[in-house]
Ligand binder design. Structure first.
Ligand code: NAP
Ligand code: ZN
Ligand code: ZN
Length: 426
C-alpha cells in the first residue's frame, strides 16, 4: 500500500491544494493504490502511474498538480467565479485574500454548495449587491495554515464556513452562552458584505478562504465532505427554527413547503428528530423521491385544492422555504389551532398576510435567519450521529451558470455542490 510522506512546511505552503487532497486521499498517511488512482482521475493527472511503496510529498503533488485556472485580473493568489452585474452571469475572477493573521484559519476549499440566496444576490433581487461578487456560503475544505493564537484547528483538519465570517464578539448576542451572531448588528456575512476595515467579503466559489477561528466549524469525520457542504446554510437554516420554535418533539406533524435545498434538509432533519413530515410542493414529479428516498411521510401538491382540503388542520408547524411569491392562506389552513408557520424563504417581493386565516387559527407567523455558530456545530454533530447529509448534484465550476438557470426553474435535486478542487486551481 503506498505510503505518502507528509510535506515540509515550505512544501505545504507551496502546494496547499495538493496538501488538502493528500488529507482527503490518505488521512492517516496511507492510501490504497485503487483510491489513489480514482482520485488522480478526478483531481490530478491520471496518466501518471501510481507508485508503490513510499511516495514523497513532491511526487504526490506532481501527480495531482494541474495548470492554474485562467482569471481576470491575472496574478492574484485566489481564483474564483464572480458575478459582475445584475445579469448574475458568473465568470472567472482573480483576487487576493488577506494573509493569515494571529486568529485566522486558512482553508483550502474542496466543495461549496449553491444556495438560492447566491442567485438572489448575484441578480440583485434584494437590492443590496456589491460587484464583483464571488458567492458561496456553504464551504467545506481542509485547513492548511493557522495563526499563532489559534487553538482549535491545525493543518489537515476538516473545516466548514457558513453564512457569517465575523461579528462584534462582545454584545449579548455574541456571548458564548447565546451565540446568535447572525443577529449581531455588526455581523459580517461571508460575501456581499464589508468588514469594519472596509474590505469586501468574497465567498466560497473560490480556491481558498481566510476566516477568523471563531467562525470556523468542525466537520465530523463521519460526514462526507461534499454532501456536508449544504449543511452550512440549508442545514442550519432549517434545523434552527425546528429547535427554536419547539417543533422538534417526536411524533409532531410538520409541513415543509418547497422541496429544494432548504426543503430537502428540513425533511431529513425533521425525520432525524422523529417527526411526521408532509412535503407541500408545486412539483408532482418530486413525489416519489420525497417519500421513497428522502423519507417524507406524506406529499401534497400545493396547486391541488382537494389534497390541501384533506390535510386541513393537521400540522403543528410549517417550515416555508419558497423563494418566490406564493399564497400563505392555503398553508395556514393546514395548521392545527395554535400552529406555527415559519418563513425562511426570502422572495424578492413582500408576501400578503391573510389576517382572517391567521386569526381563526390563532396561528403564529414568524421567520428565522440561519443559526448561530454554537447551534451550527450542534447541527453538524447531530447530522454525524444520525447519518444525515445533503442529497447533491456535484458539478464543476463551469456549470455554475447552467445550475442557476435550473435552480430558478426548481429543477434541483436537491442541492448543487461545486467540486472546487476538481475544477478550480489557484
Ligand atoms: P431552492 O433550492 O431553489 O428551493 C426553493 C423551492 O421552492 C423550489 O425547489 C420549489 O420547490 C419552491 N418554489 C420555487 N418557486 C416557487 C413558487 N413560485 N411557488 C411555490 N413554490 C416555489 O432554494 P433554497 O436554496 O432552498 O432557498 C429557498 C429560499 O430560502 C430562498 O429564497 C433563499 O434565499 C432563502 N434562504 C433563507 C435563509 C434564511 O436564513 N432564512 C437561508 C438560506 C436561504 P417545489 O418544486 O417543491 O415546489
Ligand atoms: Zn444560503
Ligand atoms: Zn455582537
Amino acid at each position: 500500500m503506498p505510503r505518502i510522506r507528509q510535506p515540509s512546511p515550505s512544501e505545504l505552503a507551496a502546494h496547499p491544494r495538493e496538501y488538502a487532497l493528500l488529507c482527503r486521499v490518505a488521512p492517516g498517511g496511507e492510501a490504497d493504490a485503487q483510491t489513489l488512482s480514482e482520485y488522480a482521475k478526478e483531481y490530478g493527472q491520471p496518466s501518471k502511474a501510481v507508485a508503490e511503496g513510499e511516495i514523497t510529498f513532491a511526487d504526490f503533488a506532481a501527480m495531482f498538480s494541474r495548470p492554474a485556472s485562467a482569471r481576470e485580473p491575472a496574478g492574484t493568489d485566489c481564483v474564483g467565479w464572480a458575478a459582475r452585474d445584475k445579469s448574475g452571469v458568473m465568470a472567472p475572477f482573480g483576487f487576493n485574500r488577506r494573509p493569515v493573521g494571529p486568529k485566522d484559519v486558512r482553508i483550502q476549499i474542496c466543495h461549496v454548495g449553491i444556495c438560492h440566496s447566491d442567485l438572489h444576490q448575484a441578480k440583485n433581487d434584494w437590492g443590496s449587491s456589491l460587484y464583483p461578487m464571488v458567492p458561496g456560503h456553504e464551504i467545506v475544505g481542509i485547513v492548511t495554515e493557522v495563526g499563532a493564537e489559534v487553538t482549535s484547528f491545525k493543518p489537515g483538519d476538516r473545516a466548514g464556513v457558513g453564512c457569517m465570517v465575523d461579528s462584534c464578539g462582545s454584545c449579548e448576542l455574541c456571548a458564548p452562552e447565546r451565540s446568535e451572531q447572525q443577529f449581531c448588528p455588526k455581523v459580517v456575512l461571508t460575501y456581499n458584505a464589508v468588514h469594519p476595515d472596509g474590505s469586501v467579503t468574497q465567498g466560497g466559489y473560490s480556491s481558498h478562504i481566510v476566516v477568523t477561528e471563531a467562525f470556523v466549524l468542525r466537520i465530523p469525520d463521519a460526514l462526507p465532505l461534499d454532501a456536508s457542504a449544504p449543511l452550512l446554510c440549508a442545514g442550519i437554516t432549517t434545523y434552527s427554527p425546528l429547535k427554536h420554535f419547539g417543533l422538534d418533539k417526536p411524533g409532531m406533524r410538520l409541513g415543509v413547503v418547497g422541496l429544494g435545498g432548504l426543503g430537502h434538509m428540513a425533511v431529513k432533519l425533521a425525520k432525524g428528530m422523529g417527526l411526521h413530515v408532509t412535503v407541500i410542493s408545486t412539483s408532482e414529479s418530486k413525489r416519489e423521491e420525497a417519500t421513497k428516498v428522502l423519507g417524507a411521510d406524506a406529499f401534497l401538491v400545493s396547486k391541488d385544492p382537494e389534497a390541501l382540503k384533506s390535510a386541513a388542520n393537521s400540522l403543528h408547524g410549517i417550515i416555508d422555504t419558497v423563494s418566490a411569491k406564493h399564497d400563505l392562506a392555503a398553508l395556514i389552513g393546514l395548521l392545527k389551532l395554535d400552529g406555527k408557520l415559519v418563513l425562511v424563504g426570502v422572495p424578492e417581493v413582500p408576501l400578503d398576510l391573510p389576517s382572517a386565516a391567521v386569526i381563526f387559527k390563532r396561528a403564529t407567523v414568524s421567520g428565522s435567519l440561519i443559526g448561530g455558530i454554537k447551534q451550527t456545530q450542534e447541527m453538524l454533530d447531530f447530522c454525524a450521529e444520525k447519518g444525515i447529509a445533503s442529497t447533491i448534484e456535484k458539478i464543476p465550476i463551469d456549470y455554475v451558470n447552467k445550475s442557476y438557470e435550473r435552480m430558478a426553474k426548481s429543477d434541483v435535486r436537491y442541492r448543487f455542490v461545486i467540486d472546487i478542487q476538481g475544477s478550480l486551481v489557484a
